[in-house]
Design a protein around this ligand. Structure first.
Ligand code: NAP
Length: 250
C-alpha cells in the first residue's frame, strides 16, 4: 500500500494509537505532521524516535476542539509542504459516568474532543483536498458506536456521530477524488485503557476471540489501508479492528 511522498496530518499523534499511525505513515515514506494537546514530552519523543530512523515528523500543539486551531494547523501544513493528502482524525478522550450522574461538562468534553474536532478538521481540509482532487480522510471511531457499555453514553454518542458524519461526507466528496472512511478499534493497549486493563485485563481477553488485546500497530495497519493511493474506490466504510470482539460468538 503506497503513501510515499504523500503529506499526512494525524490528530492525537503523540501517544497510543495516533503514535502508531504517525510511525506507520512516516515509515511508509509520507511526510507527517501531528497534533498533540498538552503532552509535549511525548510529542518530542515521537519526533526524535522517527528522526533516529531517518524519517520526518512534525509536532504541532493545538486543541482539536477549536475550529480556529484546526484552520490554523491545516494552513501551517499546507504552507510548509504545499499540499495535504491524508487526514487522520484520531484525537479522543473518555469521561465515563452513568447517565444519572453524568454532568454536562463530561458530556460536552467528549462530544467536543471526539466529534466536533472531526468536523473542525474535515471542514478545514476540504477546500485544499478538493483543489488537489485527491484526499484520504480517516476518522477514528470505536466499537462503542455499536456495542453498549454502561457509563459510556457520551462516548458512544460521539463515535456513532463520527460514523454517520463519515458516511455523509463520503457521498459529498467522492466525485472530487476524496475518500472518507472510519476505523473502529476494539480494546487497544494505550493510556486510555490502562486503568481498566490493570483492573480486568484477563477477563477482557477471555471475551476476545483472538485472546489478546490490540496494539496501536493493529490499528495503524487498517488506517494505512484507507490512507493508501490504492484504496481510491473504498469510501464511507467503517472497519472494525477488534480481534473478533463484536462477532457475538460463544
Ligand atoms: P490516548 O492514548 O489517550 O491518546 C490520546 C491522544 O489524543 C493524545 O495524543 C492526546 O494528546 C490527544 N488529544 C486528546 N485530547 C486532545 C485535544 N483536545 N486536542 C488535541 N489532542 C488531543 O488515546 P488512544 O487510546 O490512543 O485513542 C486514540 C483514538 O482511538 C481515540 O479517538 C479513541 O476514542 C479511539 N479508540 C481507542 C480505543 C482503545 O482501546 N484505546 C478503542 C476504540 C477507539 P496529549 O498527549 O497532548 O494529551
Amino acid at each position: 500500500m503506497t503513501v510515499k511522498d504523500r503529506v499526512a496530518l494525524v490528530t492525537g499523534g503523540s501517544r497510543g494509537i495516533g503514535r502508531g499511525v504517525v510511525e506507520a505513515l512516516a515509515r511508509g515514506g509520507a511526510k507527517v505532521a501531528f497534533v498533540y494537546n498538552s503532552n509535549s514530552a511525548a510529542a518530542d519523543e515521537v519526533v526524535s524516535a522517527l528522526a533516529a530512523e531517518g524519517h520526518e515528523a512534525w509536532a504541532i500543539q493545538a486543541d482539536v476542539r477549536s475550529k480556529e486551531a484546526a484552520d490554523n494547523v491545516i494552513e501551517q501544513v499546507v504552507e510548509k509542504w504545499e499540499r495535504l493528502d491524508i487526514l487522520v482524525n484520531n484525537a479522543g478522550i473518555i469521561r465515563d459516568g452513568l447517565l444519572a450522574t453524568m454532568d454536562a461538562q463530561q458530556w460536552q468534553d467528549v462530544i467536543d474532543t471526539n466529534l466536533t474536532s472531526v468536523f473542525n478538521f474535515c471542514q478545514a481540509v476540504t477546500r485544499q483536498m478538493m483543489g488537489q482532487r485527491y484526499g484520504r480522510i480517516i476518522n477514528m471511531s470505536s466499537v462503542a458506536a455499536d456495542v453498549s457499555n454502561p457509563g459510556q453514553a457520551n462516548y458512544a454518542a460521539s463515535k456513532g456521530g463520527v460514523e454517520g458524519f463519515t458516511r455523509c461526507i463520503a457521498t459529498e466528496l467522492a466525485r472530487r477524488g476524496i475518500t472518507a472512511n472510519a476505523v473502529a478499534p476494539g480494546f487497544i493497549e494505550t493510556d486510555m485503557t490502562s486503568a481498566v486493563v490493570s483492573a480486568a485485563g484477563a477477563e477482557i481477553k477471555k471475551k476476545i476471540p483472538a485472546r489478546r488485546l490490540g496494539l496501536p500497530d493493529d490499528i495503524a495497519g487498517a488506517v494505512m489501508y484507507f490512507a493508501a493511493d490504492e484504496s481510491s474506490y473504498v469510501t464511507g466504510q467503517v472497519l472494525k479492528v477488534d480481534g473478533g470482539l463484536t462477532l457475538g460468538g460463544l
